[in-house]
Design a protein around this ligand. Structure first.
Ligand code: GUN
Ligand code: ZN
Length: 431
């Protein structure tokens, strides 16, 4: 058993219209045993319950580990690829890079580098795209299991993909089934059925995705939705009978409370109503939406309909794995639609909101008693300018400054199951 003493902040539920969601101890104590939080509260109240407890003082703001609700590990090396919107960017930069994941050695190397980067950015859980190759998912799960991380991944289904990056209806079914049987529920891992998007799967393959989802009650559905206007026009042409893009998925039973749709930049109200009614949600990906010129997520519309939301980096279209930075861009995306994203709500999206979207909120995201002890220690004075801005500031101002000015430099330490896996000032993790 070990105690961590410092300033602790989390959100116990969505703070939209509910200020009592903020849980903050200026001088707090977090008690961890066997990787779980066994107690948390004001130091003066909790410490006497644990006489003789070894306590480490942590300098900074302790928050739950960030949860990236949409990211592509095979695209790590293609971040910052110049010159195109979604469909051309995929053809020019992404599909060639993903072909290399036919090689399991390459996949294993990128999986390790990706997990190093996630932890350096304070992200302890994620919903992750592999590639069409089952071996890419094997490599990712093996690397995540060795590090005892809570991660969700899936083999990409794309039987209409380009030459060399295509599977078949039967491979989609049999390889997904085998991966689910081997990995889903093992250690801290979970599986997501992952059709790339509506344009890269035949109707028959989308039907297989629906079958897999129905057959495996704990498994998620993970795909892209309404990201780019040209993409949306092509979906409308391909599925003339569908009411809108979401309906194309709905016709294959892919819209459920376990469905996570990335982007949702251009949604008719009908889609928002259907998302809210089904319990499906959107992984908002602000840096990607800016980078590919896709547009800005309409937070006001999503809020009107009560759509469930999380926050995603969407690397390699995203420009930063930092969910602090993506939270800052989410604020900037909301303003044109008249929505002022509260910094506590932005922190909720990056932690408990994403956890809820990914159905892992029973285990992570709240830093509450009984949860797994995945947390990060933030430094709101990581740069001279941040130090100037946050000196003497309120908690809300400091949190907002972390989101607008902060990134991996502001992540002083990352803990997984109570173990330090990243210490910025040492350059590595330690026991
Ligand atoms: N839509 C289909 N595939 C992709 C992808 O790899 N990245 C993004 N951002 N959108 C997609
Ligand atoms: Zn994506």
């Amino acid at each position: 058993m070990k105690g961590f003493r410092g300033e602790i902040l989390s959100l116990s539920h969505d703070p939209a219209g509910a200020p009592d969601a903020v849980r903050h101890e200026a001088d707090g104590l977090l008690v961890v045993e066997a990787g779980r939080v066994v107690a948390r509260g004001a130091f003066a109240e909790v410490a006497p319950r644990f006489p003789g407890l070894a306590v480490e003082r942590l300098k900074g703001l302790i928050v739950p580990g960030f949860i990236d609700a949409h990211v592509h590990y095979p695209q790590l090396g293609r971040i910052a690829s110049h010159g195109a919107q979604l469909l051309d960017w995929l053809e020019r930069h992404i599909f060639p890079a993903e072909k290399a994941f036919a090689d399991p050695v390459h996949a294993a190397g990128v999986a390790e580098a990706f997990l190093d980067e996630l932890l350096r950015h304070g992200t302890t859980s994620a919903l992750v795209f592999g590639t069409v190759h089952a071996a890419s998912v094997e490599a990712f799960f093996a690397a995540a299991e060795a590090r005892e991380l809570r991660m969700i991944c899936g083999k990409v289904l794309m039987d209409l993909g380009p030459e060399g990056l295509r599977d078949t209806v039967e491979e989609a079914r049999s390889e997904s089934e085998a991966l689910i049987a081997k990995w889903h529920g093992r250690a801290r891992l979970g599986y997501a059925v992952t059709p790339r998007y509506a344009l890269t799967s035949t109707d028959a393959q989308l039907a297989v995705a629906g079958d897999l989802l129905a057959a495996h009650p704990g498994v998620l559905l993970h795909t892209h939705l309404a990201e780019n206007t040209r993409e949306i026009a092509e979906v409308a042409a391909r599925f003339p009978e569908a009411a809108d893009y979401l309906d194309a998925y709905d016709r294959f039973a892919l819209v459920t409370d376990r469905s996570v749709f990335a982007h949702g930049v251009h949604l008719p109200d009908r889609s928002c109503e259907r998302l809210a009614e089904s319990g499906a949600g959107i992984a908002v990906c602000p840096s990607s939406n800016f980078f590919l010129g896709s547009g800005m997520f309409d937070f006001a519309q999503a809020e009107r309909h009560g759509v469930r939301l999380g926050l995603g980096s969407d690397i390699g279209a995203g420009t930063s794995l930092s969910l602090l930075h993506n939270a800052g861009l989410a604020y900037q995306a909301g303003l044109p639609g008249g929505h002022v994203l509260d910094p506590f709500r932005a922190l909720w999206l990056a932690t408990g909101g994403s956890a809820r979207l990914l159905h892992i909120d029973g285990e992570v995201g709240l830093l509450a008693e009984g949860q797994e002890a995945d947390f990060v220690v933030l430094d709101d004075a990581a740069t001279p300018l941040m130090a100037r801005r946050t000196a003497g500031a309120s908690l809300a101002e400091r949190l907002f400054a972390l989101q607008i000015l902060g990134d991996d430099r502001a992540v002083r330490r990352t803990y997984v199951l109570g173990r330090c896996v990243w210490d910025r000032d040492a350059g590595h993790g330690h026991a």
